[in-house]
Design a protein around this ligand. Structure first.
Ligand SMILES: [Zn+2]
Length: 263
């Protein structure tokens, strides 16, 4: 019996334990949790019922794999905070089977906009790749979630930043999950849209998108999930490229209701 065999045996036992650990500690959604989602998470509320079990499974895995930490006066992270932030992650990543952004395994939650000693300004949210953090102000997060008609959503914004970074971090399993060809097509659309915006032409995206490529991506993703029908109307080809890049079409997975279509 060689060393190699012992090593293999050790690893297979370790794997079995980590699978067991996951199944013991994985959080399960209760009926109360589903009610919270139904009442406060529009993407889930209007989701085509055939996708709901998949969404719930992915959400359970997502909240089991992240650590939610209160800051700046939030002593206890509530079930609602975990569920709604976890649901936003699950929504943005719904098109993939196992992508969970493991580099960003800690979510910091502040009650309000918070002061950053680094930038000397107030922040609504940020991502910190060095420490693997996604940071959100709970108040700003909720404001973004409640009003879909403005196409502004802090949670989606910060997760979009994390997604783009995770795709570039080569030392983890999720490196390069964005399809390179589709990414190239996306860049062409981005350059075209930015040119239009800078020339003062009409664009549905808010002006923060013009800051740089990262802000453009984050702003566009907010709009993609909150106002997919307006996005598709504005630039069908750009919308379709994002459908391919994120491997989901919100107009199919979570079709807008009559009222939201008419606004
Ligand atoms: Zn940003």
């Amino acid at each position: 019996m060689g060393l190699y065999f012992l090593k293999e045996l050790f690893y297979s036992i370790a794997d079995a334990f980590s699978a067991l650990r996951f199944s013991f500690f994985a959080k399960k959604l209760s009926m109360a949790d589903r009610r919270i989602l139904q009442n406060h998470f529009p993407y889930y509320a209007r989701m085509n019922p055939k996708f709901k079990p998949e969404f719930e499974r992915k959400l359970e895995r997502m909240i089991s794999s992240k650590e939610f930490i209160g800051r700046g006066g939030i002593d206890e992270v509530t079930q609602e905070m975990e569920l709604l932030i976890g649901a936003t992650l699950t929504m943005v990543l719904f098109g993939w089977k196992g992508i969970q952004l493991p580099h960003f395994n800690r979510i910091l939650i502040y009650p309000n906009a918070y002061y950053s000693t680094v930038t000397k300004t107030y922040h609504r949210g940020e991502v910190n790749p060095k420490f693997g953090l996604i940071v959100v102000s709970w108040r700003c997060f909720l404001e973004g979630l409640v009003d879909e008609s403005d196409g502004v959503n802090l949670g989606i914004h910060e997760i979009a930043h994390a997604l783009k970074l995770e795709n570039l971090i080569s030392r983890n399993d999720e490196y390069g999950f964005l399809d390179p060809n589709t990414k190239r097509q996306y860049r062409a659309h981005m350059q075209e849209e930015m040119k239009q915006m800078k020339a003062g032409k009409f664009s549905p995206f808010r002006s923060n998108a013009m800051i740089d490529e990262d802000e453009f991506f984050a702003v566009v993703l907010e709009y993609f999930f909150e106002k997919p029908q307006s996005f598709q109307k504005h630039r069908p080809d750009f919308y379709q490229t994002l459908v391919h890049l994120l491997r989901q079409n919100p107009l199919v997975v979570s079709p807008p209701t009559e009222t939201s279509l008419s606004t």
